[in-house]
Ligand binder design. Structure first.
Ligand code: CP
Ligand code: NVA
Length: 301
């Protein structure tokens, strides 16, 4: 069993993970030890930088009684061109599960095809499922559920947007995305999510249209990891695709503002909004730990 995309999951599985994360969080905050993964080892193979994903997975594994081994692109044989399929088969003999952060989604698919232990997607160019599961947990904590919510996505149609689209499709909430032309979400993911799912997923004509009446305002950087060379062009294309005080006034009263972080203040979000009372970005980040404990228990016990 792997977790490569949100669409891999059924609604009751996501609900189960959220329920379990709430339970584990409450126990952890009360200081009750819970170590079902004693003797288990999680490998982390990261070809891009990370703060939250790496540290929250490592801390989760330690708190559950297990250990981790971190491998970066530069200090493993992957960086020297050892085939992914060979790495996957070798690693399967050493560790009980793997979190992988890489570029093309086909790389993790190939890895998972050869791995005999569970593979968890820690971000690819196309998907970021663990972040979106933590986000849904945060929405549930804050709003008591997700069913009747209107979620707005403002900015790049990137890996985060794609995973939110799949979440809306599986869980059935409304998602409106405002993305500039040329930076729309993945066409195939959008089409499939609209056809198969129960969510109301729409591309909006403007930021204002998406933000109007939203319960959740969500954004991410204009240039993702690996797109550094496109930064100047993206700064021009995304002008106006920002969550700011005006966007907040269009949204519903009490709307929550989300960002997976790291953020670029003054670009996709203003400093006053990310630091303001509607922002729940720090809890989103903290919830990576709790939802990933639920994921690790589910896949590794
Ligand atoms: N949000 C997130 O995945 O952050 P990192 O890149 O720091 O892991
Ligand atoms: N879209 C961003 C998310 C970072 C967590 C990226 O891929 O760089």
């Amino acid at each position: 069993m792997n977790l490569l995309t949100i669409a891999d999951l059924k609604k009751d599985e996501i609900d189960g993970l959220i329920e379990r994360a709430v339970f584990l969080k409450e126990r952890a905050l009360r200081g009750i030890p819970h170590k079902p993964l004693r003797g288990r080892v999680l490998g982390l193979i990261f070809e891009k930088p990370s703060t939250r994903t790496r540290v929250s997975f490592e801390a989760a594994m330690f708190q559950l009684g297990g250990d981790t081994i971190f491998i970066s692109h530069g200090d493993s044989q992957i960086g020297r061109g050892e085939p992914i399929k060979d790495t996957a088969r070798v690693m399967s003999g050493y560790v009980d599960g793997v979190v992988m952060r890489t570029f093309g989604h086909e790389i993790i698919e190939e890895y998972a095809g050869y791995s005999t232990v569970p593979v968890i997607n820690g971000l690819t160019d196309l998907h970021h499922p663990c972040q979106v599961l933590a986000d849904i947990l945060t929405v549930v904590e804050e709003k008591g559920g997700y069913e009747d919510l209107k979620v707005a996505w403002i900015g790049d149609g990137n890996n985060m947007a794609n995973s939110w689209i799949e979440a809306a499709s599986v869980l059935g909430f409304e998602l409106r995305l405002a993305c500039p032309g040329g930076y729309l979400p993945d066409e195939g993911i959008l089409k499939k999510a609209k056809e198969k799912g129960t969510g109301k997923i729409e591309l909006s004509g403007s930021v204002d249209e998406a933000a109007k009446g939203a319960d959740v305002l969500n954004t991410d950087v204009w240039a993702s990891m690996g797109q550094e060379a496109e930064r100047e062009g993206r700064l021009r294309a995304f002008k106006g695709y920002q969550i700011n005080e005006k966007t907040l006034t269009l949204a519903n009263k009490g709307a929550i503002v989300m960002h997976c972080l790291p953020a670029h203040r003054g670009e996709e979000i203003t400093d006053s909004v990310i630091e303001g009372q509607n922002s729940i970005v720090w809890r989103q980040a903290e919830n990576r730990l709790h939802i990933q404990k639920a994921i690790l228990e589910w896949l590794l016990v």
